[in-house]
Design a protein around this ligand. Structure first.
Ligand code: NCD
Length: 315
């Protein structure tokens, strides 16, 4: 398999994943500056807010010897504000760059961009759709904790995926990746109204992955080896005429705090794609099971590995 664009986690296979993970391993064990992508330019075109994803991609490119150009608020500060279509913007940015990292508020935007782009498009989040590079770094973090001998050797693991499973794009991509392995038993924990979309669960059924859906946090976290907590995606909820935003109904419903820690297995890991609001209390941060900041760090290695892959470079 040779991927030109990184648009959906559905395009990945085990071989691709293991290539990316072994590149990331090499980078992690020697994280200095590598002068491999000298002369290459990466554009980060972000129509939605971001801290980690944009900065880690930019840092990854710089660390590989390339350079970056950026619009951090493309919806307001690019020609989109004048009415330019995404297609045209992509065709234009193509003339200046060798790779485009795109975050957009529309589901499917990266797929459209890839159709019009001569250079690789990396989906850095498309609305309520997917976030495939986050899923890679999430899975890499799980492998780093649970596998001793390289990326194909994992024990059986139960993972609780918690929160806004309907709107959370990191969930959608990660569930697709997990479905490639027979190791995972998934417990989806969410209010009924925020359950994972049908296409995600249909894919799990097709690939014969064990999964259950529940509203009960305590049982799920007590049984799990991986706790994957997520934020209620408040920006995806529309306010009612009264000005009340529906997301408030769910805000704070599932919290990992000191009390919850008592229920979680001693050797489990607690992950979060971040940013967190109140779904993991700061008192959890010092617990050895909390690895969300390490997870962020892995994002840098995975994104460096992905850039090397797209430019067909090895180290
Ligand atoms: C996530 C996103 O943007 O989808 N953040 C990230 O990239 N790490 C998760 C979120 O915003 O809740």
């Amino acid at each position: 398999m040779n991927l030109k664009h990184i648009v959906t986690a559905n395009d990945f296979d085990k071989n691709f994943i293991s290539n990316i993970f072994s590149l990331a391993d090499k980078i992690r064990s020697n994280p200095g500056k590598l002068d491999i992508l000298g002369g290459k330019v990466m554009a980060t075109l972000f129509y939605e807010p971001s801290t980690r994803t944009r900065l880690s991609f930019e840092s990854a490119m710089v660390k590989l010897g390339g350079s970056t150009i950026s619009t951090e608020n493309a919806a307001e500060f690019s020609s989109a504000a004048k009415g330019e279509s995404l297609e045209d913007t992509i065709r234009v940015v193509n003339s200046f760059t060798d790779v485009i990292v795109l975050r957009h508020f529309t589901e499917g935007a990266s797929k459209i961009a890839a159709k019009y782009s001569n250079v690789p498009i990396i989906n850095a989040g498309d609305g309520k759709g997917e976030h495939p590079t986050q899923a890679l770094l999430d899975l890499y973090t799980i492998f780093s904790k649970y596998s001793d001998k390289g990326s194909q050797d994992l024990p059986k693991l139960t993972i609780a995926m918690i929160g806004d499973l309907k709107n959370g794009r990191t969930i959608h991509s990660l569930a697709q990746l997990l479905s490639l392995y027979s190791n995972f038993n998934i417990i989806f924990v969410s209010p009924k109204a925020l359950m994972a979309p049908d296409y995600v669960t249909a894919n799990l059924k097709k690939r014969k992955v064990n999964f259950t859906e529940t509203e009960n946090l305590t049982h799920a976290i007590a049984e799990s080896d991986v706790i994957y907590q997520t934020r209620i995606q408040k920006e995806r909820f529309v306010s009612k005429d009264t000005g009340e935003n529906e997301y408030l109904k769910y805000f704070g419903k599932y919290q990992i705090d000191k009390k919850a820690l008592k229920l979680i297995k001693n050797n489990a890991i607690i992950m979060h794609p971040l940013p967190r609001v109140n779904e993991i209390s700061p008192e959890v941060d010092s617990d050895a099971r909390a690895i969300y900041f390490e997870q962020v760090q892995n994002g840098l290695y995975i994104r460096m590995a992905l850039l090397l892959y797209l430019f067909d470079k090895d180290i």
